[in-house]
Design a protein around this ligand. Sequence first.
Ligand SMILES: [Zn+2]
Length: 382
Amino acid sequence: MSETDVHGEAVDWESEDEDSDDSEEQEEGYTSPSQPPSSWNFDKDRHLVYLQMMYELLPHHYQSQEINRLTLAHFIISGLHFLGATDRVDKDVVAKWVLSFQAFPSNRASLKEGEFYGFYGSRSSQFPIDENGDLTHNNSHLASTYCALAILKVIGHDLSTIDSESLLLSMKNLQQDDGSFMPTHTGGETDLRFVYCAAAISDMLGDWSGMDKEKAKNYILNCQSYDGGFGLIPGSESHGGGTYCAIASLRLMGFIGADLLSNDSSSSILDPSLLLNWSLQRQASDGGFQGRTNKRSDTCYAFWIGAVLKLIGGDAFIDKIALRQFLLSCQSKYGGFSKYPGALPDLYHSYYGYTAFSFLEEPGLSPLCPELGLPLLTALGI
Ligand SMILES: [Zn+2]
């Protein structure tokens, strides 16, 4: 399972796939990690060429990810924004295309019948066939909805034109008694990824009526592990992605502020010093961040864990020079970033490479909104 090939999930991380990394890398033209990086500078021009190429035509390798089309588009278009190049995108065409993926109820009464009216991941998921061979006309997904709104925000589309009432009223149907969220009304795993998507959607739409924040908070707090990190579900191993979803959601919901570490920890809803220690320990000797204990450093965790440290006010403790060197060792000569040094680039790791360089305040990149994982758009009044 790769990081983005699960149905429309923008925030999915390595799990089973880590054991099969070697074979994947061979297939994708893996070269020796000892090979020197193409440049010791952030090569903005090559990244622009890479994203523009992906915007115009996705290589055939992405065919199997058709169901994640909106997610891939988010990586390209939001990535172009980080590089200051949204002028390369036809905003009207993109807005029309994204809006064409929204699901609508046939009438208001159906909003309470359990379905979710968000955005589909792709054209092929608009009319999927269930196991009985029947067409299921609505398979919209929380992660696809996050990506759709992210794209619209990034291109400056007025989100008040969206039918947010249907979206948010029906999003309530996805929240479970324990506070977690299902990604679609047809089922799926319930974990912190979808609590985060629901929180980010509510924040982007400026309306929290679609979720019970107290219940969601309690679910998140139940996911904090003995070592200070958060697992994706209560009782599971601490994980960089789960920890990001927990902290970013609590921040979006207003339960924690930027001064978490400076507060008396006895009055905090979570253990900030243990969280700080766990997060800092994820920076490995090669300068990169790992997602879990004893795993290899990986480009995307520079964002997932770097953003956590930024959100709790602990980013001053990161060895930023070493992190930058690690990321540059993953920068491709074709533009984009790979997961590990020497591998070919992919859109997922390229996007989180750009967010990481934004977090490291690379000149010429848009500043980062760590809790949304997007360029900071408020400065533009969007
Ligand atoms: Zn990764």
